[in-house]
Ligand binder design. Structure first.
Ligand SMILES: [Zn+2]
Length: 172
């Protein structure tokens, strides 16, 4: 049985109970000794960066965790859901103002434009269903047409997309 990354990490941190057993294995196993050396190099490089000195143990653990669980952390999913809800609420609040403004800018192709937007929206819905993204909450009945509701949902979705892009970029 080789040593786990956790065991090597704890050994380096001096936080292990069976230091003697780990030492014995390291003396007889080139594989684990090499992995320990790699971790030591990583620690040394992180220590050599003044700004990152305090985050050394955290950074090493994050790297190890990333190897083990290559999926989005729970907090990111939760943040996305909250963000979606906030965007939908904001759009619903703003919708009456937008709807008041709409009749004054009617153009000959307005109906065609709306129809195209709705088709685009339905395409997005299909794409969303295909990638199993979080589903959008239903808009409460406000006495507005389904076309207007589609517009509102499209705006909310765009906001949601931009928010997630920002989130993912911050994570890197
Ligand atoms: Zn080993």
């Amino acid at each position: 049985m080789h040593l786990t990354n956790d065991q090597l990490n704890e050994y380096l941190d001096g936080q292990t109970d069976d230091r003697a057993r780990i030492q014995t294995h390291l003396d007889s196993c080139d594989d684990c000794a090499a992995r320990l050396a790699t971790l030591q190099t990583l620690f040394a490089e992180l220590d050599s960066l003044p700004d990152l000195a305090l985050t050394t143990p955290l950074a090493a653990r994050v790297l190890l965790n990333l190897e083990r669980t290559p999926r989005l952390p729970r907090w990111l999913t939760l943040t996305s859901l909250l963000q979606t809800a906030a965007a939908v609420v904001a759009i619903i609040v703003a919708a009456p103002l937008v709807l008041d403004y709409l009749p004054t800018v009617q153009a000959p192709t307005w109906t065609d434009t709306l129809a195209q937007i709705q088709i685009q929206w339905l395409t997005w819905i299909d794409a969303l269903a295909a990638i199993q993204a979080p589903t959008m909450p239903e808009i409460p009945a406000l006495g507005i047409s389904s076309l207007s509701a589609s517009l509102v949902m499209a705006c909310a979705f765009v906001l949601w997309l931009f928010g997630n892009r920002a989130l993912l970029r911050n994570r890197l």
